[in-house]
Design a binder for this molecule. Structure first.
Ligand SMILES: Cc1cc2nc3c(=O)[nH]c(=O)nc-3n(C[C@H](O)[C@H](O)[C@H](O)COP(=O)(O)O)c2cc1C
Length: 186
């Protein structure tokens, strides 16, 4: 599994054909009754891209200011199945589409890093996303940079660190629900 949430992006351009391959990969995700509840708003031109960076990124996501492309991932509950026992599928299906997009980016040697650290109201206003839709994530896209110089110490370290994951015993069980009360901290 090659995908990582890398941050050391170069500002070099990503062309529209490439972006369209990412969107096509996203669109091939499965969805409940093939409802395809995902919507993607691509920011790849000025002044929109700069405005998004200036007004909507949280400070901790300073590294995303170099990105040549930011893809807003949007959905709304009514765009997808709403079934019993809380099974609203819009976020789930949209997440699968976003993952397809990120895996396609990875296969093409790009970084595609999802963030929640943005101001949703500002971002939605800048991109013209309707109030009653959910801006789930911004996927920060770029080519790998030649160096880690633009990153702070913590992010520089995480760029080459092992992935921190809970053990399988914390997240899976066989033939019934058997989980320890206190999951492992990572
Ligand atoms: C919904 C979501 C929100 C995230 N928000 C941020 C963010 O605001 N800033 C950031 O640097 N990384 C963000 N990440 C990336 C995670 O920190 C990263 O995926 C996690 O630490 C695991 O690392 P890996 O993806 O490299 O395996 C986010 C990831 C997801 C799925």
């Amino acid at each position: 599994m090659q995908r990582r949430a890398f941050r050391a992006l170069s500002s070099s351009a990503i062309d529209r054909d490439t972006v369209e391959r990412l969107l096509t990969a996203a669109s091939l995700a499965p969805s409940c009754m093939n409802k395809q509840p995902w919507r993607f708003v691509v920011a790849d031109r000025e002044p929109v891209l700069q405005e998004l960076k200036d007004k909507a990124l949280e400070p901790g996501n300073y590294w995303a200011r170099l990105a040549p492309v930011i893809i807003a991932v949007v959905t709304q509950a009514d765009l997808d199945c709403r079934l019993s026992e809380g099974r609203d599928y819009a976020l789930f299906d949209t997440g699968m589409a976003a993952m397809n997009l990120m895996l396609q980016a990875t296969a093409e040697g790009l970084y595609a890093h999802p963030i929640a650290g943005f101001k949703p109201v500002e971002a939605k206003t800048i991109l013209g996303i309707p109030d009653d839709h959910i801006l789930v994530t911004l996927v920060i896209c770029g080519r790998p940079a030649d160096s880690l110089d633009a990153l702070n110490d913590r992010h520089r370290q995480s760029e080459t660190a092992e992935r921190g994951r809970k053990p399988l015993s914390d997240i899976s069980s066989f033939n019934g629900w058997q989980f320890a009360k206190a999951p492992t901290q990572v």
